[in-house]
Design a protein around this ligand. Sequence first.
Ligand code: ZN
Length: 114
Amino acid sequence: MTPEQRQSIIDAGRDSWYIGASVTESMYSAAAIAGVTLSDSAMGELMVSLHNQMRDEDSCACGSGLDTWDLCDARGIYIAKVCDDCEDSKRKGYRDDIFTDSNYWATESIEADY
Ligand SMILES: [Zn+2]
């Protein structure tokens, strides 16, 4: 198995994870497409690599290494990934009312521009 084949199998597993499909099935079929026969131990090792890669993606872009969650506004609209370290500073980049007032859109009075 080449590093490229290996990564393509891991990528297939990650894609399935995000859409809620079977990770192992996708990885086995990606391996079959790549012409690789996966032993149980190879599969186990790939699963560990997948897990590690996904964990790295989950750690915050601010460099804290902490897990992130989705910062959403008062209407539940996704704004940014944040962690304990950077939540406050990221919130400061937005108006306070978008986190507290779910009608903030209505108060923008878009019609006034016409
Ligand atoms: Zn952070």
